[in-house]
Design a protein around this ligand. Structure first.
Ligand SMILES: Cc1cc2nc3c(=O)[nH]c(=O)nc-3n(C[C@H](O)[C@H](O)[C@H](O)COP(=O)(O)OP(=O)(O)OC[C@H]3O[C@@H](n4cnc5c(N)ncnc54)[C@H](O)[C@@H]3O)c2cc1C
Length: 398
């Protein structure tokens, strides 16, 4: 079986590494970047390397949702596949669940693992593919996986239409808020729970800096602290996409003062210093999904001479589902594992394979939708903790 994987970000690479040892499967991996440069720190969710259903459900925010959405046999099958992952790869996954590491380290490690294995089943192509290229290269029976990230190459091509794909035709998007993601290094151990978030922001009436849950990490000598500050749509529009502390100070002094107050309180507590400058990215926090995560609709569409009618397409990673508050890599890795598990079942009829992947993605969507709405709601309440009337206005009790 020929599998084309477009996009060698973390999810495309993981899929390739999972498919590489499978007998009778060869992979063509296409990537437009010639080196991995993303230094932002990420961590895999512990559930990704759970070894029992109980530990898979241990997550404080969505443990109950997992139990409500997935049936026990589904969870068991997921764990069984995880346990079959070759040790060279599972050891890497374990290490990324322990602590933060730069995104590019994840990409470089899986990429190096694929090359080092020496199996002659992965062919890499350096190219910017277009949707037309993707359609033209398919032979009937080939399988195509789009792991090109949030601005997916093929997402909107999965709904049959009369001509060019309509942007957004296959995408459901919920904008939760606009935010600054602010990262800094601190020269002492520092950890932050909900009380810490509250007391360090107590004088910050408008701009509260919220370190993400478990988003501070002490790596032996330096704490990496990442958090978000809510901003208005107008402020978002007026900012460059990436900037430093100096720009913040001269253009958005209110946020800079909040950061100063927050950091001063950390220093009083642990007597350390900030190392270097603040790094700031402004992003819309969008929660989205592909309404169709496969080319299932093309199988029944007429006329059926479209390439996607005879060669199935799957969206994986950020091209299928995206969530803010940063659990996306773990979600993308889970989808990659599930898809690799389906491909491994060589006698599975195509229609069933597509149906099962769609259902799985839908269940992951329910899980992440509930999780993200819950976090957003909690954040909204947190912003009003000192104002009981504003707080009550945000509560809908019965
Ligand atoms: C500021 C910020 C912080 C984040 N922090 C975290 C975190 O802490 N934890 C977490 O889990 N997630 C985090 N995320 C999200 C995480 O980075 C993504 O979920 C993850 O990178 C998605 O992986 P992916 O492989 O699906 O897509 P991507 O990483 O976007 O990779 C897509 C790949 O496809 C390639 N490509 C795209 N188009 C084409 C084309 N036409 N032809 C060829 N190649 C193409 C790209 O070059 C890229 O290599 C963060 C995101 C942001 C913006």
């Amino acid at each position: 079986m020929q599998v084309h994987v477009i996009g060698a970000g973390p999810v495309g690479l993981l899929l390739t590494a999972l498919l590489q040892p499978m007998e009778g499967v060869s992979v063509r991996l296409y990537e437009k970047r010639n080196e991995y440069t993303r230094t932002r720190m990420v961590q895999l969710a512990p559930y990704l390397v759970a070894d029992s259903v109980e530990s898979y459900r241990a997550d404080a925010i969505d443990g109950d949702s997992v139990e409500a959405i997935f049936d026990p046999p589904e969870l068991e099958r997921g764990l069984a596949f995880r346990q079959s992952i070759p040790s060279d790869l599972s050891e890497l996954l374990e290490s990324w669940a322990q602590g933060f590491c730069p995104l590019k380290s994840i990409e470089e490690s899986i990429s190096a693992l694929i090359d080092a294995r020496g199996l002659d089943r992965v062919e890499r192509t350096a190219a910017v593919l277009t949707a037309e290229d993707a359609m033209a290269m398919l032979e009937p029976g080939d399988l195509l996986i789009d792991s090109t990230g949030s601005r997916s190459l093929l997402r909107d091509h999965l709904v049959p239409g009369n001509g060019d794909a309509e942007e957004g035709a296959n995408t459901l998007k919920v904008r939760l808020e606009y935010a600054l993601v602010i990262t800094f290094l601190y020269g002492q151990p520092y950890d932050c729970n909900e009380s810490c978030k509250y007391y360090k922001n107590i004088e910050n009436a408008r701009y509260k800096f919220i370190p993400m849950v478990h988003r501070t990490h002490y790596d032996g000598s330096v704490s990496h602290v990442t958090g978000i500050v809510n901003i208005s749509p107008e402020e978002f529009e007026a900012m460059p996409s990436r900037f430093d502390g100096e720009w913040l100070r001269s253009h958005v002094p209110g946020v800079a003062q909040s950061m100063d107050r927050f950091i001063e309180k950390i220093k009083q507590e642990t007597h350390g210093e900030i190392l270097g400058d603040l790094e700031i990215v402004r992003i819309p926090l969008d929660l989205y999904r592909a309404r169709n995560a496969t080319s299932r609709q093309w199988l029944t569409a007429r006329p059926s001479d479209h390439p996607f009618a005879s060669s199935p397409v799957f969206l994986a990673g950020d091209s299928a589902i995206g969530s803010p508050y940063f659990q996306s890599i773990s979600l993308g890795f889970e989808c990659a594992m599930f898809l690799a598990g389906l491909i491994a079942q060589r006698d599975l009829p195509l229609a069933e394979m597509l149906d099962r992947y769609e259902l799985y993605i839908y269940k992951q969507w329910l899980r992440v939708y509930m999780r993200s709405k819950m976090i957003k709601h909690n954040k909204d309440l947190f912003e009003s903790l000192d104002d009981p009337i504003a707080l009550l206005n945000k509560l809908h009790i019965y």
